[in-house]
Design a protein around this ligand. Structure first.
Ligand SMILES: [Zn+2]
Ligand SMILES: [Zn+2]
Length: 408
């Protein structure tokens, strides 16, 4: 019975190059580029003789070989783990030593003998230099070590192992995954996350599932958890554009403009035509007062997607700031010492009345021709600004609330 089923299995195991023929041999040469498991025809065609005939074995010996190899892999992995544990042990010793030397002393200071105080003083004064040394050295090693490990993960394609799941399971998982996405759309995020977590137990490095889980976490405003997952994704696939974008978005939201810009720029290096990211860089630059530079990115975003009103709005907003600066430089009788908001509202009216001229001004500002811009701003315009009626201001404010955007 057992022999029969073995025979059956062998019969079912077909050659990839000759699907009608049973696979009878396998090749263990490290240089093999052929189909490793093959039939008699392949053997007769001498496909594997190019390396060594001695590398070819009977299919009966395959399972034994695989089991032996799997066992030795296990040993190798344990060795790696032990190595790591020994590093962690040394690191923990260092940290606990530092804690013993420097922590929890505040309440004991009064009870110290003079010689003890002298020692503490000496240690603390030397501490800065020591900490700098430690930080510099450890940071370099840690970054290099982490990169090596992450690169190994990518090189060995550990996230793409297919033999752990059956075809049937893959289908089941795909259905569940779709269910998760539907729940996300219906804004039932906790239920969606439950599904994604279950799937990740079976496929722990499936980037798509990880990405969807992070998206649900964002909806729940769990930004830190989402951020961690996007980081994991890009450590598996450094070119995962949308995760880079999301990391940029989260950091922008947390006002870490420089870091956000870094992620956006990585994103742009993958896809120059991502308008949201071009806009994101513009935002990072605007928030760090690099207005002219920001304008260039807003403009790129507008060129890529002219239907997005937000792009126009911020493009206009910056230009307004520049316009105000230009006006201030002219030192005309504007409300220099009064509320800026009133001045802004008056500028709104100005724009509402003088669209063509404003467009010209904007263009000049975007080309950094600020002195020419100043020339365009005439006394008449400033008069108009200063003499506007407040009823008109209110009317325009209402317009703005209804989605009025600056026309560029
Ligand atoms: Zn064959
Ligand atoms: Zn071979």
């Amino acid at each position: 019975m057992n022999q029969d089923s073995q025979f059956q299995q062998k019969q079912d195991f077909k050659c990839k190059d000759h699907p009608e023929k049973p696979a009878l041999f396998w090749c263990k040469s490290i240089d093999c580029n052929e189909n490793r498991i093959f039939c008699l025809i392949c053997q007769k065609q001498n496909k594997h003789i190019k390396h060594y005939n001695g590398d070819v074995f009977s299919i009966d010996e395959l399972n034994e070989f695989l089991i032996e190899k799997l066992k030795s892999s296990k040993g190798f992995i344990s060795e790696c783990e032990l190595q790591m544990q020994s590093i962690i042990k040394s690191y923990n010793k260092l940290i606990s030593g530092l804690q013993y030397k420097f922590c929890g002393l505040e309440n004991k200071i009064n009870q110290f003998e003079v010689y003890q105080k002298q020692q503490v003083l000496d240690s603390l004064i030397r501490q800065d230099e020591f900490m700098k040394y430690l930080k510099h050295n450890l940071e370099g090693i840690q970054q290099k070590f982490q990169k090596t490990i992450d690169d190994l993960f990518i090189k060995l394609e550990l996230h793409l192992i297919q033999y752990q799941i059956t075809d049937q399971q893959i289908k089941l998982n795909q259905n569940e995954y779709q269910k998760g996405i539907s729940l996300n759309i219906k804004n039932e995020q906790n239920e969606a996350i439950q599904i994604f977590d279950k799937l990740l137990l079976i496929e722990p490095y499936n980037i798509e599932i990880m990405y969807q889980k992070a998206n649900s976490l964002i909806q729940l405003n769990k930004l830190q958890d989402a951020q961690q997952i996007y980081q994991e994704i890009i450590s598996i696939n450094p070119k995962h554009e949308i995760s880079l974008q999301k990391l940029g978005d989260i950091l922008l939201n947390q006002k870490f403009y420089l870091q956000a810009q870094k992620y956006y720029e990585k994103c742009i290096s993958i896809n120059l035509n991502n308008s949201i990211v071009q806009f994101g860089i513009g935002e990072c630059l605007r928030q760090t007062y690099q207005y002219n530079h920001a304008l260039q990115y807003y403009l790129k975003a507008i060129q890529l997607d002219s239907s997005n009103k937000e792009f126009f709005y911020y493009y206009g907003k910056i230009s307004m700031d520049d316009l105000i600066n230009a006006l201030l430089r002219k030192k005309h009788r504007l409300y220099l010492n009064k509320d800026t908001n009133i001045m802004l509202t008056k500028l709104d009216i100005f724009i509402g009345n003088k669209t063509d001229l404003f467009r010209q001004v904007i263009n000049l500002i975007s080309l950094r021709c600020l002195s020419q811009t100043e020339n365009l701003i005439t006394n008449e315009m400033i008069d108009q600004l200063c003499n506007s009626e407040f009823s008109t201001i209110r009317k325009l404010q209402r317009q703005k609330h209804r989605g009025y955007t600056y026309i560029v």
